[in-house]
Design a protein around this ligand. Sequence first.
Ligand SMILES: Nc1ncnc2c1ncn2[C@@H]1O[C@H](COP(=O)(O)OP(=O)(O)OP(=O)(O)O)[C@@H](O)[C@H]1O
Length: 688
Amino acid sequence: MLAMYCKKSSKNVQAKCQQMRERGQIKFFCRIRSMENDSDISCIKVLSDKIVSLTPPSTSVGFQTGNYREIHCLFHRVFEEDASQETVFEWTTIPLINDVFRGKSCLLFAYGLSGGGKTYTMNGEPRKPGIISRALDVIFNNIMHFQAEKFVFKPDKMNGFEVQAEEDAWKERQCEAHRTQRLMKYACRTDDAIECDQQAPCYIQLEGIDEDNIYAIFISYVEVYKNAVYDLLEDTRDYGKHKRLQGKLVREDRTHDMYVHDVVEVEVKSSKEAHEILYKGMCTKRKIFGSVTSGFSCSHSVFTIRIVQAVLDQFGGAPEQKGAYCVSKLCLVDLAGSKCTNYMKNTSQRLGESGNINNSLMTLKTCLEILHENQKLGMKKLIPYRDSKLTYLFKNFFEGESNIHALICVNPRAANFDETLHVMKFANILKEVQVLHQSSTVKSTGFPVGRRRANQMFQEALQKLEQDERVQSSDDICSISTAFPCLELKDPMDDKLIHNLIQFLEFRHEQYNLQRQNLVHKEKEFFEHLKAVMQKNFLAQHENTSLHDILDFETNKRIALEAKENEMESCAEQLRQELYNRSEAIKMVKQELMEKKMQLLWQVLENKQTAQKYHIKLTAEMGEVACSMEYLQSEQEARLKAVVVHEAQNGVEMLKKPLPLASFSRRKRSVTSPIISSEDENSTSAMA
Ligand SMILES: Nc1ncnc2c1ncn2[C@@H]1O[C@H](COP(=O)(O)OP(=O)(O)OP(=O)(O)O)[C@@H](O)[C@H]1O
């Protein structure tokens, strides 16, 4: 296959990649482990190689609440009790390894209850190697002859790689060989490593291998415990008597890929070497985390295999273009048991641990739910990846382009029904989530196929030719002329012989002089050349020293920057914590305010009701008052009218008989004006 890998740099390439992306489901598998005791009852039935049914036992919560429905769960593949480690590996991991060699990043995680068989599936047992061990075997069996020299690719501690010059790589190889020799004297091999030598190696032909590429494999092994990340390959000898591991930071690189900062990444050149490293990590895990978990893992193990591949140049030689390499990774994750509390004695420390596990798994579930909601409804809700180190580390797999396989490990015991149901519900969420699938990061180079073999044949032919030439040139090194002529004197008078001899010697002398001149000339040339080389060497040495100075300066600068970055990171972490605390406080204050508001509202409502009551009463009273006022008014008017009529009558009466002048003027006023005089008033009241 013709291929060239690009580091997603130009916009053009990105746009093309965007076109190639398509959404795809997370593939999820189910492995049912065998029953521990024959007396146990199973609640799981395998209906086909894709469907399992769960029947609630009478002891389950569902049954007791009247829900005894049989539940059917669909998977991409179900592995029954008798499924071998090999079958599980072939179905779940081989497609991912193929994709990793095509330049994609892949994640496989085992999820399930404690004792469901996650560790058994991922790490395996003696003579029954698990997924990690088989993956290493398959990778090395396929790239055995296509590996780059060690230390040509070197991790730059920022999730990227540097391509080293051949001389630097050679120097590092020498140092390592020296170091290994020294360590071998004191090395004691673990039982696991000895078992590994006895295991049958796993041979499966992969699809994505290109023999015109060179490959380098790097492995790292970390443990996420109580929301902190620990490096299992770190050398604990430097940490004194207690041998405690240091927590590592999870960071985002230039391409927004997540990585564990300062993690030890070991370049391995064979399956055996990789297994040694794996067992070293397992040993550290057992020593440091095993004592607190005693058999049941309360931490998440992440084993990462990074593959760096570069295309050979058009003549099949070492890749020239330094940046043209592709990095892809395969993360193999053994998650902690989703419900540890049943299996652990409930000491406060262990309850704390189980709380942490459930928190991180809960965050994983929440992230997946929100991701699904965003995808389904086209929303942009913030996904809380940062809430747990586990989800933060895998953010890229869910957000970026990747292939994800989930392996649900279940114990069919009826006693575990309720917890198993939760595990199945988690699988159901996984089914809904979609991740971006990138078809390939591989681009055609137009270089001829089979360059590696052609180059090998060319090198062999060249070597042979050089050998032949060396043999030929070694013949005429000492020759200054042809061989001496025949010097046999048959006749004492024969002067010709002496003449011929003189001629031959003169010719020889001439040749000798010529060769001497040539030699002097060559000597001169050689010294000139030597002088030039020495001058160049001096300049190179000078340049080297100044470059070393610059390197030292830059290294110091980098260390200072890293220290500052660490400081800033911890400061940011503190601020984040503070922000979280404050937002919690704000939430509480808001809630209090809300409660107060509600109380006030109730009070206002109550007051309004009383006010309404009063209003009604008041209105009634007002009505009464108004009525009585009306009554009074009408009565007064009536009385007034009566007075006026009476007065008028009086007036008419008076007019009939002549009145004295003074009294006339007074009467007239009282008739024309409605104003009642005090005298009249007295009279009216007297009338009333
Ligand atoms: N498919 C299986 N076949 C045979 N034995 C199994 C199988 N699955 C699990 N076991 C055995 O069950 C025991 C518990 O399994 P394992 O440690 O893998 O569980 P786990 O899910 O990793 O639990 P935890 O989350 O607590 O680590 C082991 O002794 C293992 O050998």
